[in-house]
Design a protein around this ligand. Structure first.
Ligand SMILES: [Zn+2]
Length: 144
């Protein structure tokens, strides 16, 4: 397979197209042709792997972002649930978890001392609204 590489180098230095040069070499020598074909197969496989890796990394990044968003929402909801439970004198499970380590399922509203400040902030406005319409649940006052 020894061949003069000077024409190849010259073509490359003159800005020749690498694929065209390789095609020319491959046409001249079947062994070089097989090597060029193998090289192109490997290049395509590497490009495909790179694309798959990129897609997988994008998916992982998206999943991490979603997990962070969900964790943030969960923190917000847990805090809201805690404040509401304390405003109503309930365990944070509201007595709905029989194996709750805090209340053993007995922590429904009124089971514990109400947090007066949270009650005034969270519950009192709703209570005032219900009292203002004759103790009817909101939305039902016009149906009767
Ligand atoms: Zn509980």
């Amino acid at each position: 397979m020894p061949r003069d590489l000077a024409p190849l180098l010259q073509a490359l230095m003159n800005g020749g197209n690498m694929d065209q040069i390789l095609d020319g070499l491959a046409a001249d020598d079947p062994l070089v042709g097989r090597m060029v074909a193998m090289m192109r197969d490997r290049r395509q496989a590497a490009a495909a792997r790179s694309e798959q890796t990129s897609t997988a990394e994008d998916s992982l990044s998206d999943a991490r972002t979603q997990a962070l968003i969900m964790a943030s929402e969960l923190d917000t909801l847990r805090d809201r649930n805690r404040r509401l439970a304390h405003a109503l004198g309930a365990c944070e499970c509201f007595g709905e978890v029989p194996r709750c380590p805090v209340c053993g399922g007995a922590g429904r509203t009124g089971a514990y001392q109400i947090d007066a400040a949270l009650f005034r902030t969270i519950v009192a406005p709703a209570l005032a609204q219900v009292r203002g319409v004759g103790a009817q649940p909101p939305g039902n006052e016009e149906k009767q």
